[in-house]
Write a protein that binds this ligand. Structure first.
Ligand SMILES: C[S@@+](CC[C@H](N)C(=O)[O-])C[C@H]1O[C@@H](n2cnc3c(N)ncnc32)[C@H](O)[C@@H]1O
Ligand code: SF4
Length: 390
């Protein structure tokens, strides 16, 4: 029986961070009962796309899903249990912001059925937290990290690096401080700051008020992260993700291994297999319109389409080459006319293998560390080959 991940998107945040381009809105007085009915209805609707599949993970993401009342969380988990085959050992994660939780809240999340917490710590330096527009400080973050360690067996902390004026010496000491917490929680997601179009940071970047560190400093930081995490037994298993053995995120591994998943909530994406084709479903982006559509039309779906074979094959590469493990050729070959064993013999890809960007063993491939730092250009090369064949 194939396994399935379910993502629930909660679009509300207390404040909107100036770097963020996720599908989020400022939390206002929403009619929680209306939202509850909408999630329950849409979980039921979406269950028809994934009958007889065992749910191995649920992920509450956002936004700030730790703002959801534990009672509603429990209802959503129970509803998934009723409409799907929820594995008793399913990983159930929630993203939480340090500013919106106390010990009792963490305890209530666990009582509601959550067994993994992902904390948006971002930094343990107060100046950096202020720059990032976060509504928590380093003391609050440390307090929540300690509580989390006591309550949850599986947890993650999110960090952002590559901030203006962050030099190598300061970065090393900040990283070593954060790694002590990450090692006791078991998982670290560490992202380089991305300046996303249409965010306040983008305006500052364009006007010259915000200047990220130069490229060579950023790549040195990336190599320091690999060295230091390895020393703390937090091996890299995906470009930005590190874990103690056995603490990898089951839900996110599902995306990168191109397993099936359902996304429920404003803007959420799904990929399911239907008659041996890969189907893409996208929910309506605007929270208000998503809710209205469920109330008036009975569902919140914006797009439902079968992916072209080569689109699915490209998605296998885009997700699978982020991982440290090899990408098995069968995962790619089931969607592509041109097989992986033939592609690796083509000169543009052979060059990448000879140059140490890609490793190839029995037609399975993976990116090396050097390859991961230029992943976009590697993907472009594959795209040219795959799409010129169709
Ligand atoms: C979906 S966000 C939600 C987490 C939670 N709401 C929070 O902010 O604490 C997941 C993570 O993406 C990362 N992130 C968001 N925007 C980013 C950006 N522009 N550059 C780098 N990392 C970013 C942050 O580390 C954040 O914790
Ligand atoms: S709290 Fe998280 S999701 Fe919300 S705006 Fe900030 S980074 Fe984005």
């Amino acid at each position: 029986m194939s396994s399935l991940g379910i993502y629930i998107h909660w679009p509300w945040c207390k404040t909107i961070c100036p770097y963020c381009d996720f599908n989020v809105r400022k939390f206002k007085n929403i009619d929680i009962l209306e939202w509850e009915k909408a999630y329950i209805k849409e979980i039921y609707n979406m269950s028809f796309f994934a009958k007889e599949k065992k749910v191995s993970s649920i992920y509450f993401g956002g936004g700030t899903p730790s703002l959801i009342e534990p009672g509603l969380l429990e209802k959503i988990i129970n509803c998934i249990n009723k409409n799907f085959l929820l594995s008793p050992s399913a990983e159930i994660t929630i993203e939480a912001n340090p500013s919106s939780i106390e010990y009792i809240d963490l305890f209530n999340l666990k009582q509601a059925g959550v067994n993994r917490l992902s904390l948006g710590i971002q930094s343990l330096n107060d100046q950096h937290l202020k720059f990032l527009g976060r509504d928590h400080n380093s003391n609050q973050a440390k307090k929540i990290l300690k509580y989390t360690e006591k309550i949850f067996n599986k947890a993650n902390l999110d960090i952002i690096y590559g901030l203006p004026e962050q030099n190598i010496i300061k970065f090393k000491s900040e990283l070593s401080n954060m790694l002590t917490y990450a090692a006791s929680l078991g998982h670290l997601s560490i992202y380089q700051l991305t300046i996303e179009p249409k965010t306040p940071f983008y305006k500052d970047f364009i006007s010259g008020r915000l200047t990220p560190p130069p490229e060579e400093i950023l790549s040195e930081m990336y190599y320091i992260i690999q060295e230091e995490t390895e020393r703390n037994n937090l091996s890299q298993y995906e470009i930005s993700n590190h874990a103690l053995p056995g603490n990898e995120s089951i839900h996110n591994l599902g995306y990168w291994r191109y397993n099936e998943y359902l996304g429920i909530g404003p803007g959420a994406h799904s990929r399911v297999v239907n008659n041996s084709s890969r189907m893409a479903i996208v929910q309506i982006n605007s929270p208000k319109n998503w809710l209205n559509s469920i109330q008036n039309n009975g569902n919140g779906i914006a797009i439902k389409e079968v992916l072209e074979q080569n689109e699915a094959a490209m998605e296998v590469l885009i997700t699978g080459l982020r991982l440290k493990e090899f990408l098995p050729s069968e995962r790619f070959d089931q969607y592509s006319v041109l097989k992986l064993s033939e592609i690796v013999k083509i000169s543009q890809i052979k060059e990448l293998i000879d140059g140490g960007f890609i490793e190839c063993k029995n037609s399975k491939i993976k990116t090396t560390n050097k390859g991961k730092s230029v992943l976009n250009s590697i993907i472009e090369r594959f795209d040219q080959i795959i799409n010129s064949e169709h």
